[in-house]
Design a protein. Structure first.
Length: 186
């Protein structure tokens, strides 16, 4: 059965912003209490990372991404974070807008202005439609961000390991901590 896509109008774009707000709030119900980076781990799925980049009275900017091992065997400790979607959440308007995202293969072509066509509207439509589908996919997989899934920075983890280690004068090994970068270190 052939599905018809809704017309790319400003009204349908705003409706998509509102739909994405509902989806992101279902994915991260405790967003107001989350600081830094949190990870959602689901069996059989990639880990999904949400990092709070900015927080103001009426807006929050987050980054949503997966973490891929650059080395298929996972030996070198290099990771790739994609698609690294930067998302602005407007709490007062209950809307979500994609500011940018980074994918390995960019198939984006620039379209010139023509009568009756708005390339900026088309660009925003594509970005936010991508987010709408991705958030739905993440929810179907069972992803959920809660405060209890926060990720420690390497310094916090080293301090916790040092505090919990035996008091025999041994230093905790920092080799693994240095090869696994934090989400915000790219």
């Amino acid at each position: 059965m052939l599905r018809l896509q809704p017309a790319r109008t400003l009204g349908t774009l705003i409706a998509m912003y509102e739909s994405n707000y509902v989806r992101i709030m279902r994915l991260a119900p405790e967003l107001d209490d989350i600081g830094g980076t949190v990870v959602s781990r689901v069996a059989g799925a990639l880990d999904l990372y949400l990092s709070v980049l900015e927080r103001f009275k009426y807006t929050t900017t987050v980054s949503l991404t997966y973490r891929f091992d650059e080395d298929p065997l996972g030996k070198d400790g290099c990771f790739v974070f994609e698609p690294r979607a930067r998302i602005r959440i407007y709490h007062d308007a209950r809307a979500v807008e994609v500011l940018s995202h980074c994918r390995r293969r960019a198939s984006r072509q620039t379209r010139p202005w023509r009568r009756g066509h708005m390339p900026e509207l088309d660009r925003k439509w594509e970005l936010n439609r991508f987010l709408q589908k991705w958030l739905g996919f993440c929810m179907r997989q069972g992803h959920l961000f809660l405060r209890c899934t926060s990720v420690e920075s390497p310094a916090e983890e080293a301090a916790r390991v040092a505090a919990s280690s035996d008091l025999d004068g041994c230093e905790p090994s920092l080799g693994l901590l240095q090869t696994s970068p934090r989400f915000g270190d790219f």
